[in-house]
Design a protein around this ligand. Structure first.
Ligand code: NIG
Ligand code: FE
Length: 393
């Protein structure tokens, strides 16, 4: 049982119980049950009707749903600081950098890979991320993809098989697609919920991506795609054609791509990853234009050692608002409910009755401060499944 009151500004993402699209309640209370589910959110003077417990006061702070980071690659070893340094001196970003992380990952012990993934998952939790998707993709052999997936499964249930991240140089390209849809998929299947493919220049083409995603879907996995990160191409159209849960990156889009995403906005989300654009000095997608055209947008970190080495959803929100034209309300929705939609979940990303009591108590008076104070940690406490797991209430 958890009972909170004196919440100055509560974002529920449930327009039925609060103001505006974010369902905001001022001077609110919240009650969760022993199973860690929300029982009630509403005006604080009604809390006695929902609990006999003495509520914990929140000193007028803001509370938001926990962030849902629907795109990370945190199972890896080594880092690519030198590649970053070279890029900042002018070298362009290319898919091939994945190869160097693959070598470090293959050489690492299970213990080291696990520790690194757990450390990054904890870092994310400390900034308010209560649900994390985690991909494989730095093993690129049957054995190393299987263990990457096994390790990913120890940090989350939202695990994604990304054997099709890049061709390893030690295998012929056509043989590699056969391996991914055959032996590798079978080995990873017990640990996987999703399948993903990097459909782009220097990685997999549209036909190969279609074959890989269809094989995953046939085996029972949900589908998602890395699309249009490095150039305009057919990735987004393929994602919409296959009804994937999310087309991720969407850095280089045509109006036809935007139309396709908009026509599929109930099934396929566009997950934007502005920290990847920032760290690769790429153009930012026009999020505001996409929203105006009716595209559903999620925001995520893309945490990985090459293109976006951050776990911070608040930082991503700042970028989305300051550099991609999103409003603070839109960025908050896309980082919580949008991420949940990208994972086809309804029990997270909001504080509706029955949803998981995953929330962030902020050292700030409203969610606007997340974008307004870039790079500043404003997390006072993080609650997951009704239990305080970071900070103190
Ligand atoms: O999402 N696009 C492909 N994968 C990662 C980058 C991986 C890397 O550079 O190590 C991404 O940006
Ligand atoms: Fe990625």
């Amino acid at each position: 049982m958890l009972a909170l009151n004196n919440i100055g500004h509560l974002v529920t993402n449930d327009p039925a119980i609060g103001n505006g699209p974010l369902g905001i309640i001022n001077n609110a209370g919240l009650v969760a049950d022993d199973d860690g589910k929300i029982v009630w959110c509403g005006p604080q003077d009604q809390i006695d009707q929902y609990t006999e417990a003495q509520p914990i006061g929140c000193d007028g702070c803001a509370i938001i749903p926990g962030f849902v980071d629907s795109h990370t690659h945190i199972v890896f070893a080594g880092d690519r600081a030198q590649e970053f340094e070279a890029r900042m001196e002018g070298l362009p970003y290319a898919a091939g950098g994945i190869q160097s992380t693959m070598m470090a990952t293959r050489a690492a012990s299970d213990e080291l890979l696990s520790l690194n993934a757990q450390h990054l998952a904890y870092e994310a939790l400390c900034s308010g991320t209560t649900t994390l998707e985690v991909k494989s993709g730095y093993g690129l052999s049957v054995k190393d993809e299987e263990r990457s997936m096994r390790i990913a499964r120890t940090v989350t249930t939202e695990t994604t098989f990304l054997g099709a991240h890049l061709y390893p140089t030690d295998v012929d390209q056509e043989d590699y697609v056969d391996l991914v849809v055959g032996e590798m998929l079978n080995a990873c299947l017990p640990h996987a919920k999703w399948i993903d493919v990097f459909c782009d220049r220097g990685a997999f083409d549209v036909d190969q991506s279609r074959e890989i995603l269809k094989a995953g879907a046939k085996a029972g996995l949900g589908t998602r795609i890395h699309a249009n990160q490095l150039q305009k191409g057919g990735g987004v159209q393929l994602g919409v054609e296959l009804g994937v849960a999310s087309c991720d990156h969407c850095t280089h889009l045509t109006e036809k791509d935007i139309e396709a995403l908009s026509s599929a906005n109930k099934t396929t989300v566009a997950t934007l990853l502005p920290a990847a654009e920032l760290c690769t000095r790429s153009p930012f997608p026009h999020a505001r234009h996409m929203i105006e055209q009716g595209v559903t947008i999620a925001l995520a970190t893309d945490c990985n050692p090459g293109s976006s080495y951050t776990t911070s959803m608040p930082f991503v929100m700042s970028l989305a608002v300051i550099l991609m034209g999103m409003t603070p309300d839109q960025a908050l929705w896309s980082s919580t409910q949008g991420g949940a939609q990208a994972l086809r979940r309804t029990d997270i990303g909001n504080l509706c009755a029955g949803s998981r009591a995953d929330l962030v108590v902020m050292d700030a008076p409203s969610h606007i401060h997340l974008a307004y104070r870039p790079g500043v940690n404003q997390t006072r406490a993080v609650v997951r499944g009704g239990k305080c797991v970071v900070g103190a209430l």
